[in-house]
Design a binder for this molecule. Structure first.
Ligand SMILES: [Zn+2]
Length: 76
């Protein structure tokens, strides 16, 4: 995982990243469609700022590497 920068909301450095991440699919929404593997969804890694509570989500390197070729994703 990339180093998580300070909180963009409050500038605080007390940001906690969930190491195992969470996976969508099944009864949960798949927030990264087309970026997972065979019968599995790509994982999201939530990061929470302890100071203000802002929540951000990150994808791992494997997931990011699929963005250029996966259908449904367009570079902005
Ligand atoms: Zn914050």
């Amino acid at each position: 995982m990339p180093k998580i920068a300070a909180c963009p909301n409050c500038g605080g450095n007390n940001v906690y990243l969930h190491k195992a991440g969470i996976a969508g699919g099944g009864y949960a929404a798949n927030y990264l469609p087309g970026l997972g593997g065979f019968l599995r969804c790509a994982r999201l890694y939530p990061a929470v700022c302890r100071d203000c509570g802002q929540v951000r989500f990150f994808a791992d390197e494997e997931t990011c590497s699929k963005l250029d070729v996966a259908s449904g994703w367009e570079k902005q």
